[in-house]
Design a protein around this ligand. Structure first.
Ligand code: COA
Length: 260
């Protein structure tokens, strides 16, 4: 696949997507959002890919937000459409991927950038990363899930403060409040994230995809997460991965999972 705004690489079961507009601090325009959707869809369909990493090109930014130049003159309807389309194509799409998806936050993650990182299943930050939702400083609110996922991750009071002040927090503070799981020197960000991906990939892809579904069910309106867990727990018993995992344990050998 050919992309203008992103780079896609595949290595040892890991699909890496790098947002590649460094002169615009990797700001997300609609074309980039569409390309990210297409790349994620194709990695998800590829049986050899067992983890996805999303990062930004350069040493300065993961993503500095939605592309402000693109929506500055939008009407009320166009604004709502922008948020709805973005959420469907990218942010909800990432959250609901079956393949574990990690954000490697290598610099500024602002607005849509932080929203993209928050839509990923979890986040690792480099020590120079800075995160925030500056939308109210532009006279708008977060529109790619930020008002929902930030309180889920760090609690309502802290999220309210970040959103209202439009301020940025450091990687260390993001770690302290649980917004990122690890902080590492920038030079080690990708190698650290890949080694974590390798640990994930030793486990059953089938079980991991069902675990993602069950965890996400906790945050879906009208869905009972415990029931989702029970249903998916049961489904595991009919899979090859479950047979292989339990047999390998009893035979005292390493399991070879196929994801089926
Ligand atoms: N949308 C469009 N362009 C953006 C952008 C965004 N969200 N963020 C950065 N850029 C562009 C700048 O316009 C500039 O382009 P130019 O060189 O053609 O003028 C380029 O990226 C570099 O950014 P610059 O502002 O010069 O870098 P800086 O180091 O001085 O500041 C930031 C870095 C992140 C503090 C600053 O770029 C910023 O505040 N960006 C907007 C963040 C934001 O509000 N995001 C939420 C959007 S909803």
């Amino acid at each position: 696949m050919n992309f203008e705004n992103i780079l896609v690489a595949e290595e040892n079961g890991i699909g890496q997507i790098t947002i590649n507009r460094p002169s615009k601090l990797n700001a997300l325009n609609m074309a980039t959002i569409q390309e990210l959707h297409n790349a994620l869809e194709s990695l998800e369909a590829n049986e050899n890919i067992r983890t996805i990493i999303i990062t930004g090109e350069g040493e300065k930014a993961f993503v500095a937000g939605a592309d402000i130049s693109e929506f500055a003159n939008f009407s009320v309807e166009e604004g709502a459409q922008l948020a709805a389309q973005g959420q469907e194509l990218l942010f909800d799409f990432v959250e609901n991927l079956k393949t574990p998806t990690i954000a490697a936050v290598n610099g500024f993650a602002l607005g849509g950038g932080l929203e993209l990182a928050m839509a990923c299943h979890f986040r690792i930050a480099s020590d120079n990363a800075k995160m925030g939702l500056p939308e109210v400083s532009l006279g708008v609110i977060p529109g790619y899930g930020g008002t929902q996922r930030l309180p889920q991750l760090i609690g309502k009071g802290r999220a309210m403060e970040m959103i209202m002040t439009a301020g940025m927090i450091s990687a260390e503070d993001a770690f302290r409040v649980g917004l990122v799981n690890h902080v590492v020197p920038q030079a080690e960000l990708l190698s650290f994230t890949k080694s974590l991906a390798q640990r994930i990939m030793k486990n059953s892809p089938m079980a991991i995809s069902k675990a993602i579904k069950a965890v996400n069910a906790n945050f879906k309106e009208g869905v009972n997460g415990y029931e989702t867990e029970i249903r998916n727990f049961g489904k595991c018993f009919g899979t090859e991965d479950f047979k292989e995992g339990t047999t390998a344990f009893l035979e005292k050998r390493k399991a070879e999972f196929t994801g089926k």
